[in-house]
Design a protein. Structure first.
Length: 409
């Protein structure tokens, strides 16, 4: 017999642009910030009751120090007796962390878990492979860890290892999604995000980052406090237009349709959720935002990674005993407009009006390890604002996977 699993609260930082307002903030500090915010917003909860801290992160090669969950928990002032583990399912890492917390609570292995994700794409380091032999005389190649493939195994088929943008072009070809449709989708994402900020839709979930919310000695890689602070998502462009988007050149093919304007940007940010069973819920003294009822993961040909959510969403809804027609809201990560439109084309029974009502990653941003938990938290807050309903959070994952989570209130 499994236990009911509740999302008591969900918070996130505003999402920073690459090289923007959060570029001076270490990823472990970003993660500590959202963990601390959850505890500050739930003062009745004894932090010693937390059974685990689970965070997603797609990089791990730099200041995350490999296990950023443990590092962030310590920086947040969580008791040292509370463990922490970092999980990596690339773009789905934050949702993977939430799902692992959900499973642990459902089977009784935990009662209270903090779960989420973090990514600083601005601060992702370059890495240098070890040489094949000692004392090499020639030059060595550095690899960026910001995004995408690196140090690819030569046994991988070439069609699997195309860039993420080329994968989006392949989805656009498969579903005959033209440039105009992609630009129109991107414009709508920015418009909805701008409206959401203007109407206070994100007030319940966003915890600003400023000089007073972090220890100044830990801001920036040199301890000089180079972060400027941020109180709203930095990539939203309320003033963009179809004409402006149309002027952008294709980014991956000379005659392609995918541009910087109809793709998600590179970003920095963190998000976290407080997840409990009934006993843990009582210990918080709070009403939950939503209940987690099902999850699913699926695989697809790596070059068509953008369509990964198609099957994952179907499986998760089936496990929850729901259909697309039951959804009050669906948060679909917008890695690319072509990818999002490709998924929608394969869900003909879904009402597109319920998808990303506050905009998506094209406007809000896509800090890899945080995006999945950001989606889950946003759905939870939307359901709480409605008072009832079923919601779905789902996203595509590089190298061909999809992940989905069903919430109820």
């Amino acid at each position: 017999m499994t236990r009911d699993v509740y999302i008591v609260d969900a918070v996130r930082t505003p999402v920073g642009r690459y090289g923007g307002a959060l570029a001076g903030v270490r990823p472990d500090d970003l993660a500590a910030h959202v963990l601390r915010a959850l505890l500050d917003r739930t003062p009745v909860l004894d932090p010693a009751r937390i059974d685990d801290v689970i965070l997603g992160n797609a990089n791990g090669a730099g200041e995350e120090n490999r296990d950023v969950a443990r590092m962030a928990a310590l920086l947040a002032g969580v008791p040292v007796t509370v463990p922490g583990v970092t999980v990596n399912r690339l773009c789905g890492s934050g949702m993977e962390a939430v799902i692992q917390a959900y499973r642990a609570v459902a089977v009784g292995d935990a009662s209270v878990v903090l779960a989420g994700g973090v990514e600083s794409m601005s601060r992702a380091p370059w890495v240098l492979p070890k040489p094949d032999r000692a004392y090499p005389a020639g030059h060595q190649q550095l690899h960026s860890t910001t995004l995408g493939w690196r140090m690819v195994n030569p046994r991988m088929p070439a069609e699997w290892t195309v860039s993420l943008g080329e994968g989006a072009e392949l989805v656009a070809e498969k579903h005959a999604i033209g440039r105009e449709a992609q630009d129109a989708y991107a414009l709508a994402s920015h418009a909805k995000a701008a409206e959401a900020w203007a109407t206070g839709a994100f007030d319940a979930e966003v915890v600003p980052v400023d000089g007073s919310s972090l220890d100044g000695s830990s801001l920036g890689g040199t301890g000089t406090g180079t972060g400027t602070g941020l109180d709203r998502d930095e990539s939203v462009r309320a003033d963009t237009s179809l004409a402006a988007l149309a002027r952008l050149k294709p980014a991956f093919r000379p005659d392609g349709t995918v541009t910087a304007g109809n793709a998600s940007p590179l970003n920095d940010g963190a998000s976290a959720l407080l997840i409990t069973d009934e006993a843990g819920l009582r210990a918080t003294g709070r009403e939950p935002l939503a209940r987690i009822t099902a999850s699913a993961v699926s695989g697809i040909e790596p070059q068509y990674f953008g369509l990964g959510p198609v099957e994952a969403a179907r499986r998760a809804l089936t496990r929850a005993g729901r259909t697309f027609g039951d959804l009050a809201t669906l948060e679909l990560n917008e890695a690319f407009a072509a990818q999002a439109l490709g998924c929608l084309a394969e869900w003909p029974e879904l009402d597109p009006a319920v998808v990303n009502p506050y905009g998506g990653a094209i406007a809000l941003g896509h800090p890899l390890g945080s995006s999945g938990s950001r989606l889950a938290g946003t759905v939870a807050h939307q359901l709480a604002a409605r008072g009832s309903g079923t919601g779905l959070a789902t996203l595509c994952i590089g190298v061909g996977q999809g992940l989905a989570l069903v919430l109820e209130r």
